[in-house]
Design a protein around this ligand. Structure first.
Ligand code: SF4
Length: 275
């Protein structure tokens, strides 16, 4: 068991250096594999890297600003709007040094303004009080699941509010479906719950998904879920078993469907070939 209250990490890298696909799993890997095994093959086996999309970059820039905002509170300092904006603008530049984005003419300024608009909206409408000190911010956690015959689970949790409420920030183009949002994120939430339990020895109090929605007038939608149940935990373990079994058999069949419209490997997939 490890303490959660370590200094926030500034990296998004969740995986250890000696990572391989069947010894370490994450919610992202599980979701990708179970959504389309061929997509998983392109992304994680061949490690094909595609230029970042504008939407992805905006999401990361907003996420980084919220991380900075949470870190300031974690350190017990007062919120400084000017410093936050300066950090956001600097991150906008340095982020593209690592992951270049192909903007359309005039698009970058527009997207930057929209991204900062989302941050300002969040700071105005968030249910998190300005004086609330987080339990953890952007913390990397791992859980050894060997006693269940499973790989190590890793993940980075955006924010843990006092008492163990796990928060995940998301940016989206449209409001999440109220009836489905928790179900659609069940793999990620279950992973975070297990990681929190491993790190603290306590059960999480529940979950909050904070969707920053990029509508004309940006808005915040907060969706809540209770602590994970035993049946969710069992279902999650079966998902991991199915994942490791498929990867070991190199079962990378395609799953054509609605998800193809957002697949970065559409062109490679259409070329066909044996899988
Ligand atoms: S285009 Fe569709 S079927 Fe092909 S890899 Fe992507 S998600 Fe899978």
């Amino acid at each position: 068991m490890i303490a959660l209250a370590n200094p926030p990490v500034s990296t998004n890298r969740a995986f250890p250096a000696d990572d391989n696909l069947t010894s370490v799993v994450s919610a992202s890997r599980l979701n990708c594999f179970h959504s389309c095994r061929l997509k998983f093959y392109f992304r994680y086996v061949l490690e094909m890297v595609k230029p970042g999309s504008a939407a992805l970059f905006v999401g990361k820039a907003v996420h980084a600003a919220l991380q900075q905002w949470s870190t300031v509170r974690w350190r017990g300092l007062a919120h400084d709007a000017e410093a936050l904006k300066a950090g956001f603008l600097m991150g906008w530049v340095t982020g593209q040094e690592d992951e270049p984005v192909s903007w359309e003419a005039g698009e970058e300024d527009d997207q930057q303004a929209k991204a900062w608009g989302l941050v300002e909206m969040y700071l105005r409408d968030t249910p998190v009080p300005a004086e609330e000190k987080p339990e953890a911010v952007e913390v990397r956690v791992e859980a050894d699941l060997a006693k269940h015959g499973l790989p190590t689970l890793v993940g980075i949790i955006d924010l843990v509010r006092p008492g163990g409420r796990i928060v995940d920030f998301k940016t989206s183009a449209a409001s999440p479906n109220a009836e489905q949002v928790i179900h659609r994120n069940e793999t990620q939430l279950t992973a975070y719950g297990l990681l929190y339990r491993e790190a603290t020895g306590k059960h999480e109090a529940g979950f909050e998904l904070h969707h920053l929605v990029k509508t004309k007038v940006p808005k915040l939608v907060v969706s809540e879920a209770p602590a994970i149940t035993e049946s969710q935990k069992t279902r999650f373990f079966r998902l991991i078993e199915s994942y490791t079994d498929g990867v070991e058999r190199e079962d990378y069949v395609p799953s054509p469907g609605l998800q193809c419209s957002a697949c970065e490997f559409f062109a490679e997939c259409r070329k066909g070939g044996a899988v």
